[in-house]
Design a binder for this molecule. Structure first.
Ligand code: ADP
Ligand code: ASP
Ligand code: MG
Length: 450
């Protein structure tokens, strides 16, 4: 039995959902049970929901209410097409939108969105799409059954970035999703969404439906976790940056985790965790070309791996430099630096140090100002924004240092701000100006895959 997760473009409209139905039908026919289905919000809906929360907070109440109506009409039109005559579905979609409208009204009155309210608003996208897809599967003779993710994904109360509690989630998953499959049904859950032990709605961070798919896979002991999206699989580079990247047919969990962490948006970085723990292969597939074999991610490195498996890149990276003579021959300095990052809840991606300075990259600029002010107590601080990160990933980098040398040599005409590579690591990461990113990625891709 497999878990099939469908991203936003794979549930974008009735035609996309009809493709989903045929993909589910084929899996059920092949396996004789399941699958368990996890869906994202229809494409653009999560962005739309977050926008109406901010419209509300800015006092633009009528725009926010109009935004709710647009989302409601899009789902009701798809419902009429995919599950005609299902009055229960119409009632549940309508009620969900009424609740959303009430929350938006409260936000507009208070002129404030707390993280808890933001999660209630953002979760509506997946709650709506999952009800719609469950009813569409039922209408197509596939026994779809809606399962409320807020009952099965039990999380911490870190709103907008909640962490699932493994034991609670696994137990709830087995009870609700496992029993649905045993009863011969196709359980359908909204991804991205969970709830705390006390029942407050939470979300798992942007792109988090992949993570939900993996949690379901781990909870029910699936034989494979399938991520259905709009590209053929993990590609050798981001197709929006490099023209015609190639498909990576096989890669290891470790490689996929690095690629996802360093910017390959096709997979949410946390997706790999439940898969690793339960040794369940993850397969990335194209819902517009279901006949493809996709990319398979397993514990073992691919036997015929290329020198570099793939390149990932990230824009909008900020470099923070601290220079201090107090660092010279001193111990405990880096601890003080990292304590400040911890205090301001800012994750550091890449670090390089020299005798008197330390350079770090960060993604999240929300607390940059107070963070820099606190760092100034330790030394001179400089901040450079509009930087980009490029990361070459491959298991072979661990044993073949000449591959890292080739990466740096190819980039000889690009000014590199930082280079980071540890011995026996499967990645080499370089930081450059954002303006150089396109050219650098193209050059690297030509060198290794051209
Ligand atoms: P979904 O809505 O299905 O979750 P996403 O938009 O989150 O889809 O992820 C798929 C997108 O990831 C692709 O359309 C592609 O533009 C982007 N992407 C970035 N890096 C890669 C990569 N290395 N391989 C494949 N896709 C990538
Ligand atoms: N809908 C959510 C987002 O857009 C989660 C997801 O699609 O994975 O971030
Ligand atoms: Mg995604």
């Amino acid at each position: 039995m497999v878990v099939q997760k469908f991203g936003g473009t794979s549930v974008a409209d009735p035609d996309a959902i009809r493709r989903l139905i045929e993909i589910v039908r084929a899996a059920r026919h092949r396996d004789g049970a399941g699958p368990a289905v996890v869906v994202s919000a229809m494409s653009g809906v999560t962005d739309g929901l977050l926008k109406l929360a901010s419209d509300g907070a800015a006092g633009r109440a009528s725009e926010a209410h109009a935004g709710v109506a647009t989302i409601r009409d899009r789902h009701l039109a798809a419902a009429a097409d995919l599950a005609p005559g299902n009055t229960e579905l119409v009632a549940s979609l309508t009620e969900q939108c009424q609740q959303l409208d009430a929350v938006v009204g409260t936000i507009a009155t208070l002129r404030e969105v707390t993280p808890r309210m933001s999660d209630v608003v953002a979760a509506a996208g997946e709650l709506l799409s999952s009800r719609l897809v469950a009813a569409a599967l039922l209408h197509a003779g596939l026994n779809g059954e809606w399962v409320d993710s807020r009952r099965v994904v039990v999380t911490s109360d870190d709103h907008t970035q909640a962490r699932p509690l493994a034991n609670e989630t696994n137990a709830a998953m087995r009870a609700a999703v496992g029993s649905s499959i045993e009863a011969g049904r196709v359980p359908v859950l909204g991804g991205f969404v969970g709830a705390t032990v006390d029942g407050y709605t939470t979300t798992l961070g942007r792109g988090g439906s992949d993570y939900s798919g993996a949690l379901v896979g781990a909870g029910v002991g699936a034989s494979e976790i399938q991520i259905w999206t709009d590209v053929d699989g993990m590609l050798t580079a981001d197709p929006r940056v490099v023209t015609s990247p190639r498909l990576v047919p096989r890669l290891s969990f470790a490689e996929a985790a690095e690629l996802a962490y360093f910017g390959a948006k096709v997979l949410h970085p946390a997706t790999i965790l439940p898969a690793v723990e339960h040794d369940i292969p993850v397969r990335i597939l194209n819902s517009r070309r279901p006949e493809g074999t996709g990319s398979v991610i397993t514990a073992q490195p691919a036997p015929d791996a290329t020198a570099v498996t793939a390149f990932a890149c990230k824009r909008d990276v900020t470099v923070v430099d601290i220079t201090s003579s107090r660092m010279l021959m001193a111990y405990g300095f880096l601890r003080q630096v990292f304590e400040i990052f911890e205090r301001f809840k800012t994750a550091v991606d890449v670090v390089t140090t020299s005798e008197v300075s330390v350079s770090m990259t960060i993604d999240d600029r929300r607390n940059l100002e107070p963070l820099v002010a606190a760092l100034r107590t330790l030394g001179d601080v400089s901040v450079e924004s509009e930087m980009a990160l490029v990361c070459a990933v491959g298991d072979r980098l661990r044993a073949e240092p000449e591959i890292a040398a080739r990466v740096v040599t190819v980039l000889e005409e690009v000014p590199l701000r930082m280079i980071s590579q540890a011995a026996a690591r499967r990645n080499i990461t370089v930081i450059m100006r954002q303006a150089d990113l396109g050219h650098a990625m193209q050059r690297l891709h030509e060198e290794f895959f051209g």
